[in-house]
Structure formats: C-alpha cells, structure tokens
Design a protein around this ligand. Structure first.
Ligand SMILES: [Mg+2]
Length: 328
C-alpha cells in the first residue's frame, strides 16, 4: 500500500501565529500510516494526538478535553472506526467532534455505512496527502462555524435572561429563579426570603441630572446590591429602579440583616456619575416563607417596601418577621 504525497502538500498551512495549534486525533494501528499522519499533521500546523487502537482512540474522544477533529482508521484492533463514530454521535456532546474516516474499502455500501454511523467525511487508502490536508481544512471550517453558532446562541440566551443595562437577571428570569427556589424549599422545608429594593427619589435623578446619570446610578446600584449579596443569592432588575433579590435557605431574621447590609452598601458613599457624585438611598421590603406561592412572597415584599417608603425611605421593613413566618 502506498500513499502519494505531493511536494506542496506538506507545506505548513498559513495559520495565524497567535492561534495555538489545533489538536487532531489520528487513530491508526499501522505504524507506517501512523508516522506518516504524525509528520503530515505536524507540518500542516496541527498538534497530532496519536492512538494506536480503537479502544485508545475512544478513550481520547470520551475524555473531557477531547480533540475536536479526528482522523480514524476504519480497521483497528479493539474497536473499529465505525463503532467509534457511532459512540461519539450517541454521546451527542458539545462541542461537536468532526470525524474523517480512513478506509481501504471502496464499495459504496461500506461508505454509506461509515457516513450513517456519523462520520463527516472519508478518504480511501491509499490517500493523497494534499487531499487529506484540504479535507481537514474543510472540517476545521465547519468547526469554526459551529463555534460561532454556539457563541451566538449563548449571546441570545444571555440577552433573553439578563437586563441589558445592569447585567442583572431580568424580571422574568428572577421570577423563574424564585419559582424554582420555592419548589425546592417546599421539598426540603427550608425558608426562602425575598427582598424588594427600590431606589429613593430616582425620578429626581433623571429629571435633574439626565438619563445618562440615571443609567450610571442604576448600574452602580446593581453592582453594590450584587456585591453585598451572598454567593447563592440571585439579584434581578424587577423593573425601572426596582430590584428583586431571592435568598434561598435564608430565614426572615437573616434576610432582614442582609437587606440592611444592602441598604448600607447603597447609602455608604456617593455614586459617581458623569454629571456629579450623587448620594443615593434605597428602601427595602422583606418577606420570607417556605411554602407560599411566589406571587404572594413578592406581594408581601412589595407591601413592606411601600411601608419603608411611607416610613421615610432609606430603611428596611419586614412586617412579618416572626418565628412562625408569614401565613398565606
Ligand atoms: Mg487499520
């Protein structure tokens, strides 16, 4: 069996110098093909990961950080290339692994079997090195496109669940989070607390200093609330200048203490804005329960918040802080 290697085929690919070499699994039991693949892949700017049997190849591909491009020989001891394709596709993991099957078989039935098992492409032995190079390049292009798609999907998800201005969870996401926490709390009989925080006289900031200053205040308030929250609390923008904080496993007394820390964090130092430093305060309402529906908890926190406003602002109110917690 011979493999023709065109002289120009072993020139390195022009890859951006900053890009780390892409790892390519080369699974081949024949030592001659093995060393040929190693030499070619290295010269083309890839980092070859060699497997000498099907079982070895599968171990590499099922590992956490598997190469995303694989050249698999069809006939190998332990497990053949087709079986590996099948297993990789069954695992259905992300990111996608692009598989090029090498085979001495030329019957179209065989090729259909290979592609059916999940191979993306195939080359028949003896293969032309130049052809292998361009096919790997095509595979790489597909992987790049897939990566862009994944990034776009991730960006869309971020956009759909987060508030564009503050980066906090948006209203529907924080309410969804509260829903989940209430279900969990009901199962484990643990409390869940909710804090509703509203910036005091925010309209005045917008009217006096303009919307750019208003936006800076909202961003800074979000940052201060988030950094004074516990790691497992969720902070969301409920609307306008109103924020909802969900505190799983937190009883009423601890939630009040937490709300006071948040009030202090807001009032502690002036907010820097493009116009001038502004002193900002917030009013906060707290509610707590282990079994009330989420709407009820939010409603209770809202009522408490209004009581805090009516009581003079820059304060925390939790009308139902009793050991028995609230009834609903
Ligand atoms: Mg073989």
């Amino acid at each position: 069996m011979t493999t023709s290697i065109a002289a120009d085929a072993i020139q390195p690919l022009a890859l951006p110098s900053s890009a780390p070499p892409m790892r390519v699994l080369a699974a081949e039991d024949n030592p001659v093909f093995q060393s040929m693949l190693r030499t070619m892949l290295t010269k083309w700017g890839y980092l070859p990961v060699i497997a000498r049997s099907g079982t070895e190849a599968w171990r590499v591909l099922e590992s956490e950080d598997a190469p995303r491009l694989a050249v698999l020989d069809w006939m190998m001891p332990g497990m053949d290339g087709v079986e590996i394709c099948r297993r990789v596709r069954d695992a259905n993991r992300e990111p996608y692994i692009y598989i090029l099957l090498l085979t001495a078989r030329t019957e179209s039935q065989d090729l259909i079997k290979g592609m059916d098992a999940g191979a993306d492409d195939y080359l028949t032995k003896p293969f032309n090195a130049h052809e292998l190079r361009v096919r790997l390049h095509a595979g790489r292009r597909i992987l790049d496109l897939q990566e862009e798609l994944l990034k776009a999907r991730e960006a869309l998800r971020e956009q759909a669940t987060h508030d564009g201005l503050t980066g906090l969870l948006n209203r529907s996401s924080i309410l969804e989070g509260l829903d989940d926490e209430i279900s969990r709390a009901a199962r484990s009989n643990q409390p869940v607390s909710v804090i509703m925080a509203d910036l005091d006289r925010f309209k005045l900031v917008n009217d006096t200093h303009g919307h750019v200053a208003g936006d800076a205040v909202l961003r800074e308030a979000a940052l201060r609330l988030k950094s004074s929250a516990r790691r497992y609390d969720s902070v969301g923008r409920y609307g306008g200048e109103e924020f909802l904080i969900v505190l799983p496993g937190c009883d009423a007394a601890a939630a009040v203490a937490q709300a006071k820390r948040m009030r202090d964090a807001i009032a502690a130092t002036p907010f820097l804005t493009p116009s001038e430093p502004l002193l900002v305060t917030a009013s906060l309402g707290v509610s707590c329960s282990s079994h009330c529906p989420p709407e009820y908890l939010v409603h209770q926190a809202d009522e408490a918040l209004y009581a805090a406003k009516a009581g003079g602002r820059n304060r925390v109110v939790a009308p139902f802080v009793t050991p028995g917690l609230t009834g609903c």
